[in-house]
Structure formats: structure tokens, C-alpha cells
Ligand binder design. Structure first.
Ligand SMILES: Cc1ncc(CN)c(N)n1
Length: 237
């Protein structure tokens, strides 16, 4: 691992991270992440997660693109637009590798309904993009970067480098220095925007950061349960 600069010890992000410590601990202890760590996670559950996540990434990239259009700083807009591009191309390429490895057909993927939690999380990000201020939108997006880096790094450490692990590519993507640099850049941007916001906006940013982190917990939990719509049996089509 190369040297990465230390993130600031104070500011919005440090406080948001401290306020969500218990939730993050709970994320690492989720059955999905424990099974991902010890390699026992079934292909069926991981495949379900991959299909949902590919759909999630479209909503995430739309929120990032919306944030890019709302930034009046050219460098920040370029960072957000590049992050949207990376979510749509690089992360979805990772998914495509698993789709090929598992031999999932287009028909099988199309047959998996978008889960209530996946729809709720992407709808939340899209709603923030449409109705919230730029600082609150950025705070809602940040857990998508930061929590994944945290989980990827924790699993890499727990597996002693993930060599030969069944989910090695996934673990290494999110524990990678390049991904960590993106997280640091996102944190710098959020800290800068928060420092220029008033107190009530900063409080709304904390609420959005918490909500995004809660959705991260829910996303892994819903994948573990292969969540479906409890109302599906009442549909007339
Ligand atoms: C649900 C979710 N959250 C975050 C990430 C990392 N971009 C992701 N792939 N999926």
C-alpha cells in the first residue's frame, strides 16, 4: 500500500464519522459481510447482490452527475463527473466479471426484481438530487464512497490480503489505494462545502450522512435475505 495523506482530524467528516461509529460496527458484523470475509457467502446471495448493485450504481451515478451540474467550481465538478463515470464503467465492469463467472444470462438478470431496499436507496439519492441543497446532496452521497472503502479495507486486513479469496476482485477494488484517494477527495470536498454552510445546513448534512449510512446497512442486509416485495403475491399480472 502506498502512502496516503492523513485525513483532517476535525471538520464535518470527522464528526459525521464519529456520529455513525456504532452503525459502522454493525455493518461489519452483518451476516453478509461476515460471510463475505470468511469466503462462505453463497454464489446465489452474491449474485443477487451484484444484480441489485448494478442497478444501484445507476442511481448513484445520477446523483453524482446532478451534484456535478450544481457545482460552480470546475475542479469539483470534474471530480464528481469522473466519479459518476467510474461508478458506471469501473464498478460495473467488476460486476460484469462476476456475471460472466457465474454464467448469469440476460434473461436471468432481467428476472430479478429490483428489491424494495435498492429502490428506496436509489430513490433517496435521486430525491436529494432534486430537492435538497448541494451540501446536503454531497453528504448523502459520501457514505457510498466511504463505507465501501471502510468495509473493503477491513475485509482485506481480515483475510491477510485476500489472495485466492473467492471474492478477491471485489475486496481489492474497495480496499485499493486508488479508491481510497477518491474517498479522500470526496471528504475534502464535503469538508470544504460544510465549512462554507450555515449551522442548520450542516445539521441537515449530518442527517443525510446518517441516512446514507443506514441505507448501506440495509442494502447488505436486504441482499443477504434476497429481499423481495411482500406484496408480490397480490399482483394481478
Ligand atoms: C450499495 C452500494 N454503496 C456503495 C457502493 C460503492 N460505490 C456500491 N457499489 N454499492
Amino acid at each position: 500500500m502506498s502512502e496516503l495523506p492523513d485525513p483532517p482530524a476535525d471538520g464535518f467528516c470527522a464528526e459525521a464519522w464519529a456520529r455513525t461509529a456504532r452503525l459502522r460496527e454493525a455493518i461489519l458484523k452483518l451476516p453478509f459481510n461476515e460471510a463475505l470475509t470468511d469466503g462462505s457467502l453463497s454464489r446465489e446471495v452474491f449474485a443477487f447482490y451484484i444484480v441489485q448493485d448494478a442497478r444501484y450504481l445507476v442511481g448513484f451515478a445520477q446523483a453524482l452527475s446532478a451534484a456535478a451540474t450544481r457545482s460552480d467550481d470546475a475542479d469539483d465538478a470534474a471530480f464528481l463527473a469522473a466519479a459518476a463515470n467510474a461508478a458506471l464503467l469501473e464498478e460495473r465492469r467488476l460486476h460484469a466479471g462476476y456475471v460472466e463467472e457465474f454464467g448469469l444470462t440476460d434473461a436471468e438478470i432481467a428476472g430479478v426484481e429490483t428489491s424494495p431496499t435498492c429502490l428506496a436507496y436509489t430513490s433517496y439519492l435521486r430525491a436529494c438530487a432534486l430537492t435538497e441543497s448541494y451540501p446536503v446532496l454531497l453528504a448523502a452521497i459520501l457514505p457510498c464512497f466511504w463505507v465501501y472503502q471502510h468495509v473493503g479495507t477491513a475485509i482485506l486486513e481480515a483475510t491477510g490480503g485476500a489472495e485466492g479469496h473467492p471474492y478477491e476482485a471485489w475486496i481489492k477494488t474497495y480496499a485499493d489505494d486508488e479508491f481510497a484517494r477518491g474517498v479522500l477527495a470526496a471528504r475534502d470536498l464535503v469538508d470544504k462545502v460544510a465549512a462554507n454552510s450555515d449551522e442548520s445546513t450542516r445539521e441537515r448534512m449530518h442527517e443525510a450522512f446518517l441516512r446514507g449510512t443506514e441505507y448501506e446497512w440495509m442494502f447488505w442486509d436486504s441482499a443477504w435475505r434476497r429481499e423481495s416485495w411482500p406484496t408480490a403475491e397480490f399482483r394481478d399480472r
